[in-house]
Design a protein around this ligand. Sequence first.
Ligand SMILES: Cc1cc2nc3c(=O)[nH]c(=O)nc-3n(C[C@H](O)[C@H](O)[C@H](O)COP(=O)(O)O)c2cc1C
Length: 326
Amino acid sequence: MNWTGLPKPIIGLSPMADFTDSPFCRLVREYACPPLAEGEAVIFREMLAAEAIVRGNKRTLNYLAFSQAERPLVQQLFGSDPEAMAKAAQVVMDTSGPDGIDVNMGCPVYKAVSNFNGASLMREPNKAAAIVRAMKSTNSLPLSVKTRLGWSREEEIVDFAQMLEQAGVDAIEIHARTKVQGYSGKANWSAAKKAVDKVKIPVLINGDIVDPLSAQEALSQSGAKGLLIGRGALGNPWIFKRIGSVLSGQPDPGEPSLDERLKGLRRHAELQAEYYGEQGLVKLRKHFPWYFKGIPGFRRFRALAVRISTMDELDKLITVISTGTK
Ligand SMILES: Cc1cc2nc3c(=O)[nH]c(=O)nc-3n(C[C@H](O)[C@H](O)[C@H](O)COP(=O)(O)O)c2cc1C
């Protein structure tokens, strides 16, 4: 993969810890392809700790696995030590061999920032640059950085993006909020424009992109070369086809019907069971609220949904929902 050579606008699945695992990424890939060109949607896998990878932590290494169907796939890493980040990138390259590596410089949670990684790297541009340079010097995979507009001010991204480009980064993804905002307020896509205009590498805009209209607005207000979709894809793998169609000048296929949504959920369950075995359906429960968002009267089925642990139980729930809501 080559960030500059990818067809524009680039459309990607944003990394989401606990959600963007192999089954969900495969599901997105299955629904994303037509009418997008094969492989056009880039899958970002959630952040993994560089230190844990370097230590050979089995659980973390297991998270690296992906199926070929998920390509092009970018593995995200987090950490604050340039040497550990470079070593971890090498392990990732030799173990799973993704199409790109991404560094998390935007995570706002206390656990990350108190360890001087995630969004706190925005306050330490020298360290951020050292991480990028160390990773670039030992790794031939394309390297991107996912960050925010700033720690507390939206203008911070302008200098930060230029610094990242000079250090050798191949692409930048900007969640259009500051660290201080967390997830509150509305993403300010236009605040990313000054940074987009100052760098030559592709910038992907992120935050609150939930349908074709918001995708068009985010791209036109930021001038970005692509976008990443996070929560808008949960329980909604169809979003890539909708956005891809509209951005390539085709009609919007529209929201999926209830039957299509239930079929998508069932396919997700099959992929979960294939990947996790018995635990697959239990692990799927956290996705239910996203699949059932907006289904009238879903509250009535919630008690049933939180107990699902087998495919038979899921099939019963699907039957109850599709008959109960008609
Ligand atoms: C449950 C959850 C987990 C997340 N995990 C990560 C992560 O591992 N790495 C990362 O860079 N961003 C992570 N994010 C942030 C998203 O990738 C994205 O930047 C943010 O949700 C804004 O985009 P959206 O409005 O399209 O969801 C996470 C967000 C959520 C909701």
